[in-house]
Ligand binder design. Structure first.
Ligand SMILES: [Zn+2]
Length: 126
């Protein structure tokens, strides 16, 4: 059983929370520019790593607010809890964020506003 520290309510039992799956999946703003495979990457593919994983959790039986958790899937140790919209600040959390194949996917690039688009080519690691 995990004890999760809700950033708004404090430490609570895992039973009060629901896991929303992988964090940091941005909906493409210009999905029409994506191929079916690239859109399927956004819509269906999720990571299931052995090690540090960035997840969304909701305090369902409490404040009902969402937040992100950096959790080691081997030990269930929670490395970091941080707000929605923010990126992890711990070294392991940042490494997991940057190493995720999604950072270089066309769907992620299409999720950026036009002013922030980079000219990356797809180099997904899958
Ligand atoms: Zn809460």
């Amino acid at each position: 059983m995990l004890e999760i520290k809700c950033p708004y309510c404090g430490p609570r039992d895992e039973e009060e929370f629901s896991c929303g799956g992988e964090a940091h999946i941005a909906r493409p703003l210009s999905e029409n520019s994506l191929s079916d495979k690239e859109f399927a990457d956004y819509l269906f593919y999720r990571d299931n790593p052995r090690g540090v994983f960035l997840e969304r959790w909701r305090h369902a039986a409490g404040c009902r607010r969402w937040f992100n958790v950096a959790r080691d899937t081997l030990t269930h140790h929670i490395l970091e809890i941080y707000p929605m919209g923010a990126k992890p600040v711990s070294k392991a959390g940042r490494a997991a964020y940057n190493a995720n194949w999604r950072r270089d996917s066309q769907a992620e690039i299409a999720a950026q506003p036009a002013s922030q688009k980079t000219n990356k080519t797809s180099s997904a690691k899958r």
